[in-house]
Design a protein around this ligand. Structure first.
Ligand SMILES: O=C(O)C(=O)[C@@H](O)CO
Ligand SMILES: [Mg+2]
Length: 257
């Protein structure tokens, strides 16, 4: 079976953030990931992970004014300085946490800009991020997000993310393949995984519809997890779903199985 990490922005929300690390360890996870650690000092986050005995395997670059509706800075012309400051901040956190990969959110396509200009901006920003991360042994990821949940997201298909990553042309640049977003937008998960595998630096999952745990929807997760082994994928697979029950533990049947 693949190596699973618990996404602490979605799982274990019945606990305060810094207590979710220990909750994940008690549930059997040896690795965690999360969206944004920036509300907590890096030292506090690192201590929580160390004391729980879990590795931190992924988090996101700062993504703009999230509460105000922004969903990333990667493709936004005129925001390059803010993106770059976010890259530096994320590297500081990654070094404190020993985290080897950081995910870039492309953001919502602003009106009045051509797709070509947005793609150029994103590619320049990805190159900057990859070059800044490379000396620290950190990989940079680009994730496609479905436009049913996030209307207007600029990179909405894994095949497009793969094209942009290839165009940026950096050895430490990969795609983050989220099975939930891919199922909403593209389907054909197994064939797409096989085709994009060399470019995949991290996988996440939730069932569809509803973004719940495996077994709550239409995706055949036992078969797909076995397929990841058959394909030779050795990276992390992040559980990034909204538990349907009152607590996370009651939805972990897929992990026990
Ligand atoms: O929504 C997702 O999927 C993610 O992976 C997040 O990190 C982006 O908000
Ligand atoms: Mg995801």
């Amino acid at each position: 079976m693949p190596r699973f990490s618990a996404n602490l922005s979605m799982l274990f929300q019945e606990h305060p953030f810094l207590e979710r690390f220990a909750a994940a360890a008690r549930a059997g996870f040896c690795a965690v990931e999360f969206q944004f650690p920036y509300d907590w000092p890096a030292g506090d986050v690192a201590r929580a992970a160390r004391e729980a005995g879990v590795d931190v395997v992924l988090f996101n670059f700062p993504a703009g004014d999230w509460a105000g509706g922004e969903r990333g800075l990667g493709c936004l012309p005129g925001r390059e300085a803010e993106f770059r400051a976010g890259v530096a901040r994320a590297i500081d956190y990654a070094r404190a946490l020993g985290c080897p990969r950081i995910n870039c959110l492309a953001g919502l396509a602003p009106s009045g800009e051509t797709a070509e200009h947005l793609a150029e901006t994103l590619i320049d920003n990805l190159r900057h991020a990859a070059d800044a991360c490379a000396p620290h042994g950190i990989a940079v990821l680009l994730e496609a997000i479905n436009t049913r949940d996030v209307p207007g997201f600029f990179v909405d298909r894994s095949t497009r993310a793969a094209e942009l990553v290839a165009a940026a042309g950096r050895g430490n640049l990969f795609i983050q393949y989220d099975l939930y977003h891919a199922q909403v937008m593209e389907g054909d998960l197994a064939n797409t995984l096989a085709r994009l595998l060399p470019q995949i630096g991290h996988i996440q999952f939730a069932d569809n519809p509803g973004r719940g745990e495996p077994g709550s929807g239409e995706i055949n997760f036992p078969w797909l997890f076995a397929e990841l082994d058959r394909l030779g994928y050795t990276g992390w697979v992040g559980a990034e779903y909204r538990p349907r029950g009152a607590d996370t533990e009651s939805g972990l049947g897929w992990l026990r199985a």
